[in-house]
Structures are given as C-alpha cells and as structure tokens.
Design a protein around this ligand. Structure first.
Ligand SMILES: Nc1ncnc2c1ncn2[C@@H]1O[C@H](COP(=O)(O)OP(=O)(O)O)[C@@H](O)[C@H]1O
Ligand SMILES: [Mg+2]
Length: 231
C-alpha cells in the first residue's frame, strides 16, 4: 500500500440477513484517503454512508474485502485488536452525540485518553474544553447541556485522544442551522490545527464543499467522479 494512505478499502462489501432474505448494503467499495485529507461522503438516505463509515472505522466488520488504517489491516484482526487500533488512531463524532450520561462533560472528554493511560488526559481535556468554549461546563452532565454544547463536548473528546483519523457521521444532523455552523467551524479549525484526516458523512452541500473532495455513494456503490451527484 502507498505509505501516505491513511485509509484504504479494497472491494469492501456488507450484506446482512433480514426476515426478507439477504440484503446487500455495500457492493465492493474501493477507496484511498491520504493523511490529512478532508473527505465528504455524500449520498441519499439509505445509500450506505453510515455502514461504510462504520466499516472504515472498525466498528463493524464487512462480509467481504479489506480495510487498512495506516499500517494496520483491521479486517485481519479480532475485536480486541480492532479496539486497540481504534483507541490508538480513531475519533468519532456522531449525529446523536453519544456522550455517556453518567459522566460529566470533562469526564467524557478524558475517557478515551484515560483508556490509553495517557497521564496528561485531564490536562488535555481541560485544554480542549476551553478550545470548544465550554470551560464553564466542565462538571455538567450531558442532560444539562444543549445539543450544540453536547456536540462540542463530543468534538473535544474526539481530539483529546490525539486520534489520527476523525470520522463524523452527519455531525450537524440534530442541530439548528446556526448551531450546526458553529460546530462545523470548530471541527474544521481543530482538524487543521491537529492535521487530522477527516472523513465526514453529510447531506449538506455547503459542508461537503468545505472538504478537499467528495465521494458519492448510491445504492451501496461509489458513483464515479464526473457522473454527477445522485438524486
Ligand atoms: N443491520 C442492518 N440490518 C438490515 N438493514 C440494514 C442494517 N444496517 C443498515 N441497513 C440498511 O442498509 C441501508 C443503508 O443504511 P445506512 O448505511 O445507514 O445508510 P445511510 O447512512 O446512507 O442513510 C438502509 O436501507 C438500511 O436500512
Ligand atoms: Mg446514516
């Protein structure tokens, strides 16, 4: 593999068994994303974007093909090894924030770095909470925070663990337009500062336009460049 590839998928496919028979969600995806690239994955609802992101991040396993993250072939690993690579390399920002309700904001931000036994976990978390302008909310629980604040905590958490790759799945999907715009500015600012590779699923054309390039997906397949956006 080319040494500057941070993410590489080869003939990646996913099928699931349903009550109505087998459903093929992804049909042989090949892609390469280089270090520090910002890439938007766009496509209609149900086209397979979340499934693709989950496979690239090692949160789910494919039914065929391979995924490489940096030097690791995660599709050749068991769940424990994948978890290790995730904690080493990967941060996530989800549409539904996915903070742990029983932990305060700063505890949520510290958790991934603590799991890596980073002795500076708390200091880094404080810095990131300041960076997302939430120093006054360190000890609040997620339910005491607005949606925009929760997503800023999630962004702080994603960067606090020094992830090399950040996956974001419709990070503004549950936010109003203005709050969403603030969250996105923050995401791109931090991404540029940290030199993270960013893979972002979005419906939002403007948001996709801020990425270095877009990958379109329709019915579980990549739409070749120049073929136009799917309807
Ligand atoms: N575990 C599953 N079982 C059955 N169908 C699924 C499963 N996961 C996803 N799907 C279906 O696969 C398609 C793609 O889903 P998804 O990747 O979530 O699409 P997107 O994120 O582009 O909206 C959808 O039709 C969805 O209903
Ligand atoms: Mg989705």
């Amino acid at each position: 593999m080319n040494s500057s590839d941070m993410i590489r998928a080869v003939d990646l496919g996913k099928a699931v068994d349903t009550a109505l028979g087998q459903l093929t969600i992804l049909k042989g995806i090949d892609l390469e994303i280089k270090e520090s690239e910002t890439v938007a994955i766009v496509g209609a609802s149900g086209s397979g974007k979340t499934t693709l992101l989950s496979l690239l991040a090692g949160l789910d396993v494919p039914t065929r093909g391979k995924v490489f993250l940096g030097p690791y072939e995660i599709t050749a690993m068991d769940e424990e090894e994948r978890a290790h690579v995730r904690s080493e390399m990967v941060g996530f920002v989800f549409q539904t924030f996915q903070l742990l309700d029983s932990l305060t904001a700063i505890e949520n931000v510290m958790l991934p770095a603590e799991l890596k036994r980073d002795p500076d976990a708390e200091e880094k978390a404080r810095e990131l909470m300041a960076r997302v302008e939430l120093s006054h909310r360190l000890n609040h629980y997620p339910r005491q925070l607005s949606g925009g604040e929760q997503q800023r905590v999630a962004i702080a958490r994603a960067f606090a663990s020094s992830a090399k790759i950040l996956f974001a799945d419709e990070p503004t999907g549950n936010l109003d337009t203005r709050t969403g715009a603030n969250v996105i500015d923050l995401l791109f600012d931090l991404n540029a500062e940290f030199g993270t590779t960013l893979v972002l699923v979005t419906h939002d054309e403007r948001l996709a336009g801020r990425c270095g390039r877009s990958i379109s997906i329709a019915s579980g397949m990549l739409v070749p460049e120049g073929a136009g956006a799917p309807a």
